[in-house]
Design a protein around this ligand. Structure first.
Ligand code: ZN
Length: 335
């Protein structure tokens, strides 16, 4: 029953938000599959284009301005008369932030694009709107086991970095692990301001607030002593979830974690292959349903296909979800 109701709420929500655009393919330039997949997710984030469209810089042709080139690209992606709408944006990134002809980490590039957009938009109010759209606010608490003093450090994240701990994982189990307290002892002891010396401590991250667009980063690339490997473990995730799954991680300073707010999945950035020989694609949800974008090739898809990116060692090297983009569902006043 609950599943049926959340599905109904999701369908009603999809009808109320403007997701009515056609997903279009993007040619792969100099191994640009990672940026291509991210552009598909940014294009599906109509809220971002709404912010960028309210910005009218006097110099409309600055080739090195990331938010300007992003805005031009997202507009051009909606017009099929542009054969390569993302070429200027790619060159802009290549000139100042990323290397060509190399394997990229989609989470890293996602952060670079949003950080440079905030920095270069030259409009403090719009920069704040980009932050408010994506930033997850957390509080790191380090508690001294000797005097019980708790040091609190506020922080904000563009994506929620979830470690993959077990052979079989779910989004909820990864979230619970993220907010699990840890003991810092032996070589990890932390300086306590009250005791004025290093003391065994507890370390915990608490959630303060969730943004309208929640990016979840499934940490599939693990660095062990300088050697990076890919984790193929299974991580299941739902098409919609209630914020109740964050209840255990909530800070006592949480300002707006209302019970039973829902989030719906609308884009998945997918990595396939290995760490050295990989490829990025994206699943995008629009009013017409799910689409699969593999560079210039776009085809209709299904939620069952999206579920095929859960991973697992039996399907090693196949597509594995890497970034999950969820949107907070609007509630009307009667809901
Ligand atoms: Zn202390």
């Amino acid at each position: 029953m609950g599943t049926y109701l959340s599905r109904m709420a999701y369908l009603l929500y999809k009808r109320s938000v403007s997701l009515d655009y056609e997903v279009r393919g993007l040619i792969n330039y100099k191994l640009s599959c990672c940026v291509n997949a991210l552009l598909q997710s940014f294009s599906a984030t109509t809220e971002l284009l709404d912010i960028l469209n309210r910005w009218h810089p006097s110099d409309g042709i600055d080739k090195n301005n990331v938010p300007l080139q992003l805005k031009n690209t997202l507009e051009a992606m909606r017009d099929k008369s542009y054969p390569a709408p993302h070429k200027d944006f790619l060159n802009c990134l290549y000139r100042q932030a990323i290397q060509r002809f190399t394997q990229q980490d989609a989470d890293e590039i996602f952060h670079i694009i949003l950080s440079l957009s905030k920095k270069q938009i030259a409009d403090a109010a719009l920069a704040q709107e980009i932050s408010s759209l994506y930033e997850i606010k957390v509080e790191t608490q380090v508690g001294c086991l000797n005097c019980k003093f708790i040091q609190r450090m506020p922080n904000s994240l563009f994506s929620l970095p979830l470690a993959i701990c077990k052979r079989e994982n779910s989004l909820e189990s990864c979230i619970n692990s993220f907010f699990q307290p840890q003991m810092l002892t032996d070589s990890e002891v932390v300086y306590c301001d009250k005791c004025e010396k290093k003391q065994p401590s507890t370390y915990v991250v608490k959630l303060v607030s969730l943004p309208p667009i929640l990016c979840v980063h499934l940490k599939r690339f693990r660095n062990d002593e300088g050697f990076t490997r890919k984790l193929y473990e299974k991580v299941t995730f739902p098409e919609t979830f209630s914020t109740a799954i964050f209840a255990a991680g909530q800070s006592e300073n949480a300002d707006c974690l209302k019970a039973n707010e829902d989030y719906s999945l609308y884009a998945v950035v997918v990595h396939m292959g290995t760490i050295t020989s990989g490829h990025y694609t994206a699943f995008i949800s629009s009013n017409q349903g799910w689409y699969y974008a593999d560079d210039s090739c776009v085809q209709p898809s299904t939620w069952t296909d999206v579920q095929g990116t859960y991973g697992g060692y039996h399907q090693r090297y196949r597509e594995t979800a890497y970034l999950l983009l969820y949107r907070k569902n609007c509630r009307n006043s009667s809901g």
